[in-house]
Write a protein that binds this ligand. Sequence first.
Ligand code: G4P
Ligand code: MG
Length: 174
Amino acid sequence: MADPAKFYLSYNQIHKTVKRLSEEIKSTGYDPDVIVAIGTGGFIPARMLKTYINRPIYTVGISYYDENDKPKDAPEKVQWIDEVENKLEGRKVLLVDEVDDSRITLEYCLRELLSHKPAEISVAVLHNKNKLKEGVIPDEVSHYFVGNELEDIWICYPWDAVDIDEQEKMAHTQ
Ligand code: G4P
Ligand code: MG
């Protein structure tokens, strides 16, 4: 059931946000060698971004919440790019995720990736929630790109929709 207190987005709206984000990234001259997508929310945005910034996409999976939606003590790797980690050394990396919420997962990923000595690392998120953050973006990160700044509300992404027609309808009435 659609909940009017939540913020619904369509694929079309997200595609346009990604396009804008790509233009902002290009305007700074940041030209990544590789994209790293944080799964699973970052997978589809990273693929959309590839349409505008055509680079190989590596994926990582991090879980910070348990099966009861309670935060764990620390994020855990569900899937990691062990076999390609060494390919990050000396490369320019763009880390992509859908939402910057607590920032804990983002910080964890950034620190892990930084330990593999990339030439440079930047991060791009579709949405940043304006709230007190528990994590920090490390100083070594050269750019932080945001599609849209939002208040602290629950965002419903189309890839989570069970009823995509209802999702589209909600996305267009908000
Ligand atoms: P952060 O560093 O990016 O801020 O992430 P944080 O640890 O705070 O929590 C991340 C998890 O919570 C992610 O999912 C993220 O997708 C989800 N999340 C946070 N806010 C929202 C929201 O408004 N809407 C939706 N749909 N998800 C949100 P995850 O459990 O790590 O994995 P996955 O869902 O990406 O597979
Ligand atoms: Mg999620």
